[in-house]
Each structure stands twice: as structure tokens, then as C-alpha cells.
Design a binder for this molecule. Structure first.
Ligand SMILES: C[S@@+](CC[C@H](N)C(=O)[O-])C[C@H]1O[C@@H](n2cnc3c(N)ncnc32)[C@H](O)[C@@H]1O
Length: 423
């Protein structure tokens, strides 16, 4: 037990950290507000709503309670706001220890860390729902710890819950398309000499050669590592995965992380997606929140490589925002917000249509709940349609003609797409 007397700003950060960053957070109680204050008490606890981690804020005014549920980012602002409501006592309970803060009449904050008042009590975290996850989070995991997702004591960090949830749901889609990837690896198998032995303990997967995957705009590579971990260590497939990114810093840190894990994969390349070509054509190309045109680059390269599967979860989109121009749509386009939303929808519709023209069965799905991220749309495409279907080509001409646009993906694909439009 130790006494700390932080400055007035410091205790706020301590309270925020004890609630948001401690994976063992159980409950926080704010009390002791003066009679003139609206809220007499506030309690905060972790809850899981539709599979996503939230914090539940319950405000009492003496007669009734107001309940709000927030994901992590708004929660930070909400906690700081609550600390300005004149509460004299804040008690944060965690499974490893408690934090007591008392604010004197003169506004001085006295903070004290203490032994846990609820020893042995587990917070209601996704940690308690292992079946929901594609990766086992019921015990400490070297990979999840190394990528900063899990704390040393084996819990998913609160601040990483949303990213982990997105990666997890992406893995769920990969599990759905896995038979297609295995089929591709079987069909394209070379001599017996290049078949991949599948090696991990408890492994179940077999294929004639490693599954080949390109992750476009890999960034900090949580997804890249998670896919390799899932396919190789969990499902038992040999896999060759390469993450591509224009940022040399993330490439270097990803390589360092791989080396520190002692893994042979994933590989990483410091390149623009459009300029990159793998040694062998990939079975699956994916991008998770690659910025703006990087999503188009990923889709275009996936098409040009004739990748069997393309999964793209787009991020921000700016390309068509200024370009949209249709006299019949002026009532929509004059409002910046509506123009932006329409541009987002048109951009993804164009991407899906281009994929169809280029022979891909394509669906637009929500891969994760909108509570986790508003960028929750995924374009899921599998090779298997006839090339250049005239119905889709006409739809493309109609849409681009109506909105007076020439999407960048058309240029990225060049003649292989242009020849279908020219017919
Ligand atoms: C928002 S981050 C997403 C990272 C990762 N996929 C994730 O979901 O955590 C987008 C990444 O795409 C990279 N990027 C943007 N444009 C690119 C391009 N044309 N070629 C390669 N990488 C690109 C950026 O450097 C950045 O690391």
C-alpha cells in the first residue's frame, strides 16, 4: 500500500488509467457530491454488448438513475467530465488493487493505492467469453502479448479491445473463405517437392503448397500477424504472408516483432501497393482500413494477380468526394455531409461492380458491429464469374455517366479493364 499526492491534473489521469488501461478493472464509484450538484453518485463498470466491450455509466440524482453505455474513446471524455462534477470521493476497484481519491474542500486531490477490496473477483470482459474468439484468449498468449493486445497476466487490454475485435471478425471471414484458399493451393500445386509440410502441434490443415496471402497497407501489422498465427499455429496450414506498407517505420518494427517471436513469417515489404509484385501470385489479397486510394490499389492488384479471394475493408475515401456531379442530385450534393456519404457509397459500389466485371462474385457486408468502428464495411470477393459480363459493364457505364466520374481504379487496371468497356 503506498501514498501518493499527485497534482490536480495528475489524479485525473490516474483515474482514467485505472478504469481504461487496467484489464482487471471491476468498478468505479464517484460519490460525495455537494447538495447543489446534479449527480449525487456515479458508478462505472465494464459490460459486453453485442460482443463489444463497453463501459456502463450509471448516474444517480437521488431519485432516479440514468444509464449510458460507451465504447472506449467516448468513455475517456466521459470520465474526465465526471471528475468535474464536484464528487469528493472516487473509488476504483481492480482485481490487482484499488485506487482511492479524495478531493478536499480546497480542491486538493489525495490519491492512495490500496490492496484489492474484491480479491479474486473477475471483471466482465470478453476475456470471459473465449468461444467468441478465433484465437484462444483464455490463457496468456505469447503472440497476443508481443503485439500489445494482451497484458502480461493474460487479459485483452481495454484499449486494444476494439482493434482485437476487428482482427477477430476479419479472421472469422478468413475462416469462411479458407476452403477456397485450400482449393487454390491444391489446384496450383507443383511437384511433390514443393509441397508444404504442416507442422504445428494440434494442426489440422493440409494443402499441397503454402497458402499465399498479401496484406496491403499492413501498418502495425496486428492483422498480418494474427492471420499467420491463426492459419499456421491454430489451423495448421503452411502460409506465406507478406505485409506491404509505404511507411518504413512500421515495416521495420513489424520485422523486429517477427524476429523477436522467432517466426519465419510474415514477411514485410516497404512499397506502394501499386508498385509491388509478389514472387508468386497470391491466393488471397486483403486490406484493412488502407487509406483512401490504397484500397483501390489493393483491389486492382488482387484482380491483376487473379487472386482467388479479395477482402477489403475500406477506410477514409476522398477520391470521388469533389468529383461527383449530377444535375439531378444537386439537392443531395450541395450538403457536404451528404455528398461525403454518397461519395463513400458510390466508391464502394464502383469497387464491387469492377470486381464483378473482372470475374469476382462480390458481396458488401458488415464484418464487425458499427459500435466497434464506423468503418465496418467489407467488400468480399471470390473469383468465379465470367469476365466482362455485359450487364455489369452497362451498370458501370450508367453509374459513371450519371455522376460524371472516371474512378481511379479504372486507370489502375488499365487495358485489362478498359477492353471490357470498349466493347
Ligand atoms: C490506417 S493504417 C491501417 C493499418 C492496418 N491494416 C490496420 O488495420 O491496423 C493504413 C496503412 O496503409 C499504409 N498505406 C497508405 N497508402 C498506401 C499505399 N498506397 N501503399 C502501401 N501502403 C499504404 C499507411 O502507411 C498505413 O500504415
Amino acid at each position: 500500500m503506498s501514498d501518493k499526492r499527485p497534482g490536480p491534473g495528475d489524479y485525473r489521469e490516474s483515474v482514467v488509467a485505472a478504469i481504461l488501461e487496467d484489464p482487471g478493472f471491476i468498478r468505479a464509484t464517484f460519490a460525495g457530491a455537494g447538495s447543489t450538484q446534479q449527480w449525487k453518485k456515479l458508478s462505472i463498470r465494464p459490460v459486453t454488448i453485442r460482443g463489444d466491450h463497453h463501459l456502463q455509466f450509471v448516474y444517480f440524482d437521488g431519485k432516479k438513475a440514468l444509464t449510458e453505455n460507451h465504447v472506449i474513446e467516448p468513455s475517456r471524455a466521459k470520465i474526465l467530465e465526471a471528475l468535474s462534477y464536484g464528487f469528493a470521493n472516487v473509488h476504483v476497484q481492480g482485481s490487482a488493487g484499488d485506487l482511492h481519491v479524495r478531493i478536499t474542500r480546497k480542491g486538493r486531490a489525495l490519491a492512495k493505492h490500496a490492496k484489492p477490496s474484491r480479491p479474486g473477483e473477475e471483471p466482465l470482459l470478453d476475456h470471459n467469453l473465449p468461444k467468441k474468439y478465433m484465437l484462444d484468449v483464455s490463457r496468456p498468449d505469447e503472440f497476443l502479448a508481443a503485439t500489445g493486445i494482451m497484458s502480461a497476466d493474460g487479459r485483452i487490454k481495454l484499449t486494444m479491445q476494439r482493434k482485437f475485435h476487428q482482427v477477430n471478425e476479419f479472421l472469422r471471414v478468413i475462416e469462411q473463405v479458407l476452403p477456397v484458399l485450400v482449393d487454390a493451393a491444391e489446384g496450383a500445386a507443383g511437384s511433390a517437392g514443393d509441397s508444404a509440410a504442416v507442422c504445428s502441434e494440434g494442426a489440422t490443415g493440409t494443402a499441397q503448397r503454402p497458402l499465399r496471402i498479401v496484406d496491403c497497407g499492413s501498418g502495425t501489422a496486428h492483422l498480418t500477424f494474427a492471420i499467420y498465427h491463426y492459419l499456421h499455429n491454430v489451423r495448421g496450414f503452411a502460409a506465406e504472408i507478406i505485409g506491404i506498407d509505404t511507411n518504413p517505420d512500421v515495416i521495420e518494427s513489424s520485422r523486429n516483432l517477427r524476429d523477436s517471436l522467432g517466426w519465419p513469417q510474415p514477411q514485410f515489404a516497404n512499397s506502394r501497393i501499386l508498385d509491388f509484385d509478389p514472387k508468386a501470385p497470391p491466393d488471397m489479397v486483403l486490406s484493412l482500413h488502407a487509406c483512401d486510394l490504397a484500397t483501390d490499389e489493393a483491389i486492382a492488384k488482387g484482380i491483376l494477380w487473379r487472386s482467388r479471394v479479395i477482402l477489403a475493408a475500406p477506410c477514409c475515401q476522398h477520391e470521388l468526394h469533389r468529383k461527383l456531379d449530377a444535375p439531378g442530385m444537386r439537392a443531395v450534393l450541395r450538403h457536404g455531409l451528404l455528398r461525403e456519404r454518397l461519395a463513400d457509397i458510390v466508391t464502394d459500389a464502383i469497387r464491387a461492380l469492377v470486381l464483378r466485371i473482372m470475374g469476382y462474385r462480390t458481396h458488401v457486408i458488415e464484418f464487425v458491429s458499427p459500435d466497434s468502428t464506423t468503418k465496418n464495411l467489407m467488400i468480399r470477393a471470390e473469383l468465379g464469374l465470367a469476365l466482362g459480363d455485359s450487364v455489369f459493364v452497362q451498370e458501370y457505364r450508367d453509374l459513371c455517366g450519371f455522376l460524371h466520374i472516371k474512378p481511379a481504379i479504372e486507370t489502375m487496371l488499365g487495358e485489362s479493364f478498359g477492353k471490357h468497356l470498349a466493347r
